[in-house]
Every structure is written in structure tokens, then in C-alpha cells.
Ligand binder design. Structure first.
Ligand SMILES: Nc1ncnc2c1ncn2[C@@H]1O[C@H](COP(=O)(O)OP(=O)(O)OP(=O)(O)O)[C@@H](O)[C@H]1O
Length: 247
């Protein structure tokens, strides 16, 4: 249902491509992990799929919709959880979520009920009327997650949703996403947590230097690489052990 064909992105100020000629198909109801070293192009790819930036060339469709002709329909279909918090620190959690809901035309009691329900599911109901500036990183990430799905998106994109959060918050987020998936949502997420991806994802793709270098079910990838015990072994085998710093 997500069909990506020969997609490439070269930022105006960049000398080389951040994503190059990438083909990928993601089926409905998958939990799909995009993995890769720093600077591999994961955020760039996800940002194109969310129509936040335009591809330099190539194309993609989500449920047959394309970003050139169906931008508004795509906006209703997808939810986006960015890496950075997009919350107003001096407003309460509830006020923030009311604001995000209103951007999708949601309002009234049905919106309030939905916000309370999601806050409850993510263990935050008792903090509903506290200001965001008093929240920990893990709490803000969970609010960010709720903000992205008040309009019931079919497809949820998450850019490193569990980075910098404690184990408890991480488990709550993963369980919550697994439940969403059971209810029918397709989930595409980027991560550096390979153990997490190994157990959480139905399939993963490993991206390096803007190109897809492997894809498949975690167990199949592990089996296909000699000596690999886990996804981390596969990842290091394919991407090498060198640092990927750049500036
Ligand atoms: N706005 C931009 N302008 C120019 N170059 C960019 C821009 N955004 C990203 N890049 C470059 O594109 C490449 C891919 O970056 P991207 O953020 O997509 O990687 P990533 O896999 O998400 O990395 P990380 O794991 O560190 O988040 C990098 O070389 C980065 O420096």
C-alpha cells in the first residue's frame, strides 16, 4: 500500500544525494522499521513520505494516493510523529492536544473523550492539566504520539519515537503501537534500537548512504548472514564498524 519508486533527494545546499534511487513496497498493517547509521537518509525518506519535503526525483503512493494530486487526502490518511517535540511548553497537555485535534477539524466532546482515552492508555491522564514544561522527555514523547493520531490515521510514521526515553516509557510506547497495529494501523518507524526493531517489526530495511542495502523479516535477515546472532550483527556486517560523523 506504500509504493516507493526510484525516489531520490538532494538538498539544495548538499553536494551529494541523501536518498538515491530507492525502491520499496510496504504492505498494509506492517510494522516496518527503517534502520541505518547516522546520516543514512532515514529522516529524509520519512519526511518525503509525509510530504514535508519534496523528492528531487521519483515518486511514491500511499493507498494509491500521491502527494502531487492528493495532498489533503494524504494528510487525513497519515499521522506523523517527528523527532523534535512540537508542543507548546506553557500550555497544558490537554490544551496542546485540543489544539492539534482542531487542526484536523476535530472538536467538542468527542475530541475531549478521545484525548482523555489516549492519555489514559499512555499513563498520562493524571497529568492532563499540567503544563508541558513540567513534563519529562518520555512524557513529552507520549503526548507527541497522541497529537499525531487524534484523527485516526491509517498509516503512522514515527521518527525515532523511543530515543532518549526510559525503559518504562519505551515499553508503554511500544505496547501502545502494537495495539494500534492490531486495530489495523500500518506503522513505519525509524530507530537505532536494533533489539527493539528485531522484536517489534514485521520487516525492516537497512539504509546506508541513501541507498537500501537490505530488507526483509528480521529472522530472515539474521539467517541469511553467516555468523549473525541478531539484527545488530547483520547491521554491523552490512554497514561496517566505522563512525559516520559528518558536518
Ligand atoms: N536540510 C538539509 N540540508 C542539507 N543536507 C541535509 C539536510 N537534512 C539532512 N541532510 C543530510 O542528508 C543526509 C541524510 O540525513 P538524514 O537526517 O536523513 O539521516 P538519518 O538517517 O535520519 O540520520 P540520523 O540517524 O542521524 O537521524 C546527511 O548527510 C545529512 O547531513
Amino acid at each position: 500500500m506504500i509504493n516507493i519508486e526510484q525516489i531520490s533527494k538532494k538538498y539544495k545546499s548538499a553536494e551529494s544525494y541523501s536518498v538515491k534511487d530507492l525502491d520499496l513496497f510496504i504492505a498494509e498493517k506492517e510494522i516496518f522499521g527503517l534502520l541505518g547509521p547516522n546520516g543514512a537518509g532515514k529522516t529524509t525518506l520519512i519526511s518525503m513520505l509525509c510530504s514535508l519535503i519534496k523528492p528531487t526525483s521519483g515518486a511514491f503512493t500511499i493507498n494509491g494516493l500521491n502527494y502531487k494530486n492528493n495532498k489533503n487526502q494524504l494528510k487525513q490518511l497519515i499521522g506523523i510523529v517527528p523527532q523534535e517535540y512540537a508542543l507548546y511548553p506553557t500550555l497544558t497537555a490537554f490544551e496542546n492536544l485540543k489544539y492539534f485535534g482542531s487542526m484536523y477539524g476535530l472538536k467538542g466532546k468527542s475530541l475531549d473523550d478521545k484525548i482523555n482515552d489516549k492519555l489514559d492508555q499512555l499513563g498520562l491522564l493524571k497529568f492532563a492539566h499540567k503544563k508541558i514544561e513540567t513534563f519529562s522527555g518520555g512524557m513529552k514523547r507520549r503526548i507527541n504520539l497522541i497529537a499525531s493520531l487524534l484523527h485516526n490515521p491509517n498509516v503512522l510514521f514515527l521518527d525515532e519515537p523511543t530515543v532518549g526515553v526510559d525503559v518504562q516509557s519505551k515499553n508503554v510506547i511500544i505496547d501502545f503501537l502494537q495495539n494500534l497495529n492490531k486495530e489495523g494501523a500500518t506503522i513505519i518507524y525509524t530507530s537505532h534500537h536494533l533489539n527493539e526493531a528485531e522484536s517489534f517489526c514485521t520487516r525492516v530495511a537497512i539504509v546506508d548512504q541513501g541507498q537500501l542495502i537490505a530488507k526483509g523479516k528480521p529472522a530472515e535477515l539474521i539467517k541469511s548472514q553467516e555468523g549473525a546472532q541478531n539484527l545488530e550483527d547483520v547491521f554491523l556486517g552490512l554497514t561496517g564498524k566505522g563512525l559516520r560523523d559528518s558536518a
